[in-house]
Design a protein around this ligand. Structure first.
Ligand SMILES: *Cc1c(COP(=O)(O)O)cnc(C)c1O
Length: 388
């Protein structure tokens, strides 16, 4: 039978043991045993698909991977201990000394650190394009370019990149197209449909959705994932079976949670737009969003992140944060609890004002990760902190 997204999220399950458990048990074991010498030989020779050691595979990890593959329409995947484990592992597998990356300027902070601090020492260079200037991407291609790398929606600017346009460029020039789909989740957006070769997630965010565990995953074409798998199993950033179990359970409710996150976010974005203390509000499914049409085309709903700018610059931003009563002051996002951050004074404080602007950050800008509390309660807190 072929199932819909919600059903796959629930009915993809590890084979039952002799105990006929209803829900998948936790397989906390570092290794697995063999019946005899021949079984052992065949397993190591990979003539048989079977678990050997939990750094390579584990039933809980496999269940999690299988679910995400189904949700993304991917052939296979590899799970990692964190989102950054997945990002690093993916680049490290496919890049060689002397290679070149083309990346959107607005990418997750630690990914940016890989590009600027670590890859150059292995001779890997990165060129950046502005999220609103996809027409410059082809000009950045060099002989040694290996891949195009993007996130959409972006963090914290909530800009939308046209994945189909980028997928077409990548295909034309035979480049790997890698998308970090963390902000959208597989429920809202499937980059493979638009030509992505590899899709990465920090499972720490909306996939867990309750701020409990770290995890990461990369999914994509079988031949590519095979390479990635060998890198991962030899380098050790494996997802723990416990975290995989938590994450697989979380995926059962992903659609329901993300629906509500998006519903709350749209309500709040509309209310924020009415306040005169605010210069602008950016949310992909607000008609005022510059790429609203594109968002409607490639995403099912607008996601959980809103950004807005308070009048009064950095001081107004800091004052707002100090005035918050219920929402959490945290660097995390995609949690059941609403989180507010002030990028200019925290996550992006090391960037110059010009560099901050280049990735869409202004002094008075606030990033809001809308949670699952009642929208009226979230609104009361935001409203009092803005208008006090
Ligand atoms: C959080 C995040 C990551 C890193 O994930 P971790 O699980 O924290 O390692 C990568 N990309 C994006 C877009 C993220 O939000």
């Amino acid at each position: 039978m072929s199932f819909q997204f919600e059903t796959k999220a629930i009915r993809t399950q590890t084979e039952r043991s002799q105990f006929l458990e209803h829900s998948t048990p936790l397989h906390l074991t570092s290794s697995f045993v063999f019946e005899d010498a021949e079984e052992m030989r065949a397993s190591f020779a990979e003539e048989k698909e079977r678990n050997i050691y939990s750094r390579f595979s584990n039933p809980n990890t496999s269940e999690f991977i299988q679910k995400v593959c189904q949700m993304e329409g991917a052939e296979e995947g590899v799970a990692f201990a964190s989102g950054m484990g997945a990002v690093f592992g993916t680049f490290a597998t496919f890049l060689n000394t002397g290679d070149h990356i083309i990346s959107a300027r607005a990418v997750f902070g630690s990914t940016h650190s890989l590009f600027t601090k670590y890859f150059p020492k292995w001779g890997i260079q990165t060129s950046y394009f502005d999220v609103n200037q996809l027409d410059t991407v082809e000009d950045l291609i060099q002989k040694n370019t290996q891949c195009i790398y993007v996130e959409s929606p972006t963090n914290p600017g909530v800009d939308i990149l046209d994945l189909e346009v980028l997928g077409t460029i990548a295909k034309k020039h035979k480049l790997l197209f890698i998308v970090d789909n963390c902000f959208a989740t597989p429920y809202l957006q499937n980059p493979i449909q638009f030509g992505a070769d590899l899709v990465i997630h920090s499972a720490t965010k909306l996939m867990d959705g309750q701020g409990r565990v770290l995890g990461g995953i990369t999914v994509g074409k079988k031949e590519l994932i095979r390479e990635l798998y060998l890198f991962a199993r030899n380098t050790g950033a494996s997802l723990s079976p416990f975290n995989a179990w938590v994450l697989s359970k979380s995926l059962e409710t992903l659609s329901v949670r993300v629906d509500r996150h998006c519903k709350n976010a749209l309500i709040l974005a509309q209310k924020l737009e009415q306040l005169e203390e605010i210069n602008w509000v950016k949310y992909p499914f607000l008609p005022s969003h510059p790429q609203n049409k594109l968002a409607q085309k490639q995403m099912k709903q607008g996601g959980t992140i809103i950004s807005f700018e308070l009048k009064g610059g950095v001081e107004a931003g800091r004052k707002f944060i100090n005035q918050i009563r219920m929402c959490s002051l945290s660097a995390n996002l995609g949690d059941s609890r609403t989180i507010v951050t002030h990028p200019a004074s925290t996550t992006h404080s090391k960037l110059s004002a010009a560099d901050q602007l280049a990735v869409g950050i202004t002094g008075g800008m606030i990033r809001l990760s809308v949670g699952l509390e009642h929208p009226e309660d979230i609104w009361k807190d935001l409203n009092q902190a803005i208008t006090h």
